[in-house]
Ligand binder design. Sequence first.
Ligand code: ADP
Ligand code: MG
Length: 401
Amino acid sequence: MKTIEDLDVAGRRVFVRADLNVPLSDGTITDDGRIRAVAPTIAKLVERGARVVVASHLGRPKGEPDPQFSLAPVAARLGEILGRPVAFATDTVGESAKATVAALADGEVTLLENLRFNAGETSKDDAERGAFADELAGLADLYVGDGFGAVHRKHASVFDLPARLPHAVGDLIATEVGVLKRLTEEVERPYVVVLGGSKVSDKVGVIDNLLGKADRILIGGGMAFTFLKAKGYEVGSSLLQEDQIPTVLDYLKRGEENGVEFVLPVDVAVSGSFPDVRTQAPVEDFAVVADDAIPAGTLGLDIGPRSGALFAEKLADAKTVFWNGPMGVFEHPAFADGTRAVTQALIDSDGFTVVGGGDSAAAVRILGFDETKFGHISTGGGASLEYLEGKTLPGLAALEG
Ligand code: ADP
Ligand code: MG
């Protein structure tokens, strides 16, 4: 793969596919980690006199403009971080984009509006994606792939566009891939993997590959309930993927055969309803129950304190840790303790610790932990997981050669 040092960028229009998909609350960025992560690549291009055209998706709009997913607040924040103005184009390949790019002087930066406001970006139809990529290609001379959080997507700006322009890998992706190699080749043991979060089906698949690599797999968050149910426990109204139960049973069996220890929560924090994370209203019916005693009609929203201590113990001697997915609904203080316990355990460990996943990374910062205490905080959860699953990532494949 070529790096940006291999490109002659001075005076050229350089398209930077970034991942600026940050969490927003009422138009305010609640965690700017992904913007800060790609800023060094942009700054480097600026210094070398490139005309930088930054593009990203944000959220999941339906292929047409939708103001709640506008990147406008991100343009402002990116400008603050770079310490220079960032011109914002109010469309992706329309009049505004063309005019804004044409007006760029050497060393100036523009951000295009959300790529997913155009149906071609995510289309499954190669021709439709290709047509959008052609239009994007008209805006630039060179392509830099640095949106690590999107490299597992076969999208126009990630997969089709680099085929149309001389391209290189940005510094963020280069760093991320270096870390993932450390998690897959010659791993230092014990290797402990912690999985949680809410996207259960997305994450169950990675276990397959980890069964041949990890020494221990700790399961919290929403996916824990599919495991507990597989063990025959009732899980009330908790997140549950019934269709994954046979898969989970197979994993547990293979874990036993391969000497991979699965660690499940032994207690759970529950409530009768999902907490209001916006108002942070106190949870009146908060309770901690044993893993086999979740009352009907309640939802498990965090691992309990005994589980937090157990997970910490299982992490204490780790030499390599990969963690993806919060242990509970950490956005509400009543259900943040499990995530806090795991975060603290990673900090206390003297191993190489990697946090992957947008929400997991945000949790670390929102709970007030020092980011520098981790080996690496990845900007891409889905991308990291698919890499660890052993899959070919379209956005990385496109940057080869
Ligand atoms: P990441 O972005 O780190 O990959 P996910 O997107 O999979 O993580 O999941 C993050 C979300 O999971 C958080 O918003 C959190 O509130 C939610 N979550 C964690 N535990 C539970 C649970 N037991 N029930 C419902 N949601 C949960
Ligand atoms: Mg997430």
